[in-house]
Design a protein around this ligand. Structure first.
Ligand code: ATP
Length: 241
């Protein structure tokens, strides 16, 4: 069942069109990976879906409702959450309080402190720590926990592994694998590491200069085609969703 549908989305920065007629849909419980070179439009796409950046044209439907005109807070209430928008933690508050604030301001549902800690066990020993004193990897885990506390039906993860040590990345993806298995949360993730994106995603979209250059299941597309689309070699447009 489709949970999020993006149709002909266009977003601009002044005269520059950063997102060009992007359309895709995501099914409940699915993981969609978005890849593309620097400047391909991935962050602008995410920010536009969340309502932080204005769409020029296009439609966004969440669980069948048109949320295109909603301000960001109403999109959160409707079930969208983005990390690392949540990376901006309250740095002078404890991890517990960071999670609680998100819980109080979001939707109620499966994700409470207990269930978040089951999915992100790395947070357990940190609950009393002040968020500002945590390492980059720990802050990312808190940011994801915090996004979950709003009980999103769709979680957007923008380069959550950026700047983390290899061991922290493994820990983070182990946590995301728990979320994936649990099936409660649909995920759309931007990931620079193609191998990781291919291994973790059910489907991949490759953006090139703001447009969808390739779209399909990683195993069917193959790394060669994804790499070509990533670098704009041949500029093929193919869909095998
Ligand atoms: P990266 O991987 O480097 O974060 P990205 O795929 O997320 O890149 P965006 O950050 O969405 O891409 O940028 C898409 C295009 O929009 C780029 O050409 C970028 O220079 C431009 N852009 C992004 N933010 C702004 C801004 N605030 N003002 C003007 N142009 C912008």
């Amino acid at each position: 069942m489709t949970i999020l549908e993006v149709e002909n989305l266009v977003a601009r920065h002044g005269l520059l069109t950063a997102v060009r007629n992007v359309s895709f849909s995501v099914a409940r419980g699915e993981v969609l990976g978005i890849v593309g070179a620097n400047g391909a439009g991935k962050t602008t796409l995410f920010r536009t879906i969340c309502g932080i950046h204005p769409a020029t044209t296009g439609t966004i439907r969440l669980e069948g409702s048109d949320i295109s005109a909603y301000p960001p807070y109403r999109r959160v209430a409707a079930g969208l959450a983005m990390a690392p928008e949540g990376r901006r933690l309250f740095s002078d508050m404890t991890v517990t309080d960071n999670l609680k604030v998100a819980g109080e301001n979001g939707r109620k549902g499966f994700w409470k402190i207990d269930t978040v800690l089951d999915a992100l066990p790395a947070l357990k020993p940190l609950m009393k720590a002040i968020a500002g004193g945590l390492s980059g990897g720990q802050r990312q885990a808190v940011a994801i926990g915090r996004a979950l506390m709003s009980n999103p039906s769709v979680l957007l993860l923008d380069e959550v592994s950026l700047g983390l040590s290899p061991i922290a990345v493994v820990g983070l993806y182990n946590s995301l694998a728990v979320l994936k298995e649990n099936g409660e949360t649909t995920m759309i993730l931007v990931e620079q590491d193609l191998d990781r994106a291919m291994a973790f995603s059910d489907r991949i979209i490759c953006l090139l200069e703001g447009a969808v250059a390739l779209h399909g299941k990683p195993g069917e597309l193959g790394k060669h085609a994804i790499t070509d689309a990533y670098f704009g070699l041949g500029k093929q447009v193919a869909t095998r969703a």
